[in-house]
Design a protein around this ligand. Sequence first.
Ligand code: SF4
Length: 697
Amino acid sequence: NGCKPDSTTKMVCGFCSTGCSLNVHLKEGEAVGLTPATGDPVNVGMACPKGWEAVSVLDSPARATTPLLRRNDRLEPVSWDNALTTFAERIKAIIAEHGPDSVAFISTGQIPTEEMAMLGALAKFGMGLRHGDGNTRQCMATAVVAYKQAFGFDAPPYTYQDFEESDMIVLVGSNLCIAHPIMWERVLKNKRDPDIVVIDPRCTETAMAATWHLQIKPKSDLALFYGVANILAERGWLDESFIERHTEGVDDFVKHVAPYNLDRVSHETGLESTAIETFARFIHERERTSFWWTMGINQSYEGVRAAQSIINLALLTGNIGRPGTGANSITGQCNAMGSRLFSNTTSLFAGRDFTNDAHRQEVAETLGIDVDLIPSTTSWDYATIMENVLAGKVKALWVIATNPAHSWINQNACRDILSRLDFLVVQDSYVDTETAKSADLVLPAAAWGEKEGTFINSERRLGVIKRVKQAPGQALADFSIFKLIAHYWGCDDLFREWTSPEATFQILSRLSKGQPCDISGVEDYRMIDDAGGIQWPCPEGSPPSLANQRRLFEDHAFYTPSGRARFKFEEPKPLSEPPDDHYPLILLTGRGTSAQWHTQTRTRQSAVLRKLYPQQIYVEINPIDAKELNLEADEWVSVESRRGRVKARAFLTNSVQPGQVFLPMHYEPVNRLTDAVFDPYSRQPSYKACAVRVGPW
Ligand code: SF4
């Protein structure tokens, strides 16, 4: 028929961080469908509903097709020339009047590494901006800081093969079945009959499928893991040889956890003492235990220490650098790892530091630019940028491929903050996001499938995306938009070598040389494609077999100055907003389905994905609480915090414990309720636990 493909090409999926390989079927060079690729190491022939629908969401009337400029309170189409002249003139005028701190940008984990690198270089070295951060602050900042402090570099150590080679898989704050369904499929391929332990306050789909669910009280992870560490130490269940040769600080850590006796930990976590003891014994007895965590840990007011309490267990028991082991943070977005290493926002290219003169010099020499163009201070993080908009210091914000008016914590305050800006620029593929609707200028961007570049997935694997469809209307690849902005700004001389995404990849390859994330052995996109993805590190001369499947720390050489991993710990803090008489319930938030992605910007454009998920917002309530509150199943209820109120359908279920309710994050109003508190080290927002009350609407 008319749509019968005449060729097929392969590319990596653009939703979650799993990085599945997809075969895109083409007719005359344009995508007409896709199927999961079968021969590559990541997804081995599978895809989740989002991946299957990746091409169809591109055909949507909500696509941004022309630049839009606000005039008389309406967004009106304008030419690219008009849009970019306005962009350059207004931002230059704001900087001239208020200084370089008055303009900031918010980047993303959704666009290819080359595009975010071009943005970071343009903004910092070309335009002279000092402040930019990524939406990865909302998901991965905690893991970044936890790894840097413990291992000396932001280095998730695992390969997905570890799911298949563990004797015990411990999933903490991770609903893997839903959030990373293809990783869950890898768990199911494990032939070692593993224990699958889920640690989560909610009885998630993953908890139901696990062999054991430890249903802890919200935010009691630190107490649990310190208690387990104490049992391991008291019973002599430590890997003394590993600890002595490869770690530092164990004595202080063991002293720190000594007061975490079973009674105390049982009281603080809500778990039976025998369960805690058995969990510790399992870790001791199993030859290979792998620990995995995601947003249940990261999105917390004490996320860094919680992540490190997991790392500490792996270090105590030598569960690192061997097959089926690791302290493994699972990333969220398709290119969160690219953003962490190459976005040039709060860290300098390839995991370097803006405040380190030697690092700045290395980057200046590699790029052939004056070192004075590189800021010597670290950028404000996302939260500080928002605070400074509120304080009137930041007057213009450039938001690229993210949707803070939906996703940023405490949404009512966030929208008020955005409304105070003199100039809000939104660069996105869709014009119906909550943030784009309030923009002063919209720059229409091509989406995944309409441009080229690379992503880096959770297991540090680079994958290629390709242009398999024409972008609609006048939409341009973000890379081209950044190049045009450089021209209109008058700094395009700096980017003479940055001629294309692949040319930029070569620049990043040079920047990475000698760093832990060295990719200088990756010759070109074709090499990545042929290998089905390549994991970093891949220094020049790496044997192809190593480049294709690599676990870190097999040599036990960590990236700290001493080469040893560090134990990091601290006393747990109480809930930042504990329930009380007025707000007696704890609100949990998280992913509700594998069929929707984050704020639904793309996935709501697919009729298939919409059918797979309720269109009306719902709140999970335990039947005991519902009875006490006199609420019926499916009735409209009010969920209210100190910051806002949400109308939702009551879904009575034992998946939440009495005293807790759950709202999926995909629905627009959820962040009206959340509380703007942050981890002090990572500055990641604590989305997971605040106090609410529920009643009839
Ligand atoms: Fe895409 Fe993630 Fe689904 Fe794989 S699991 S198809 S990467 S969204």
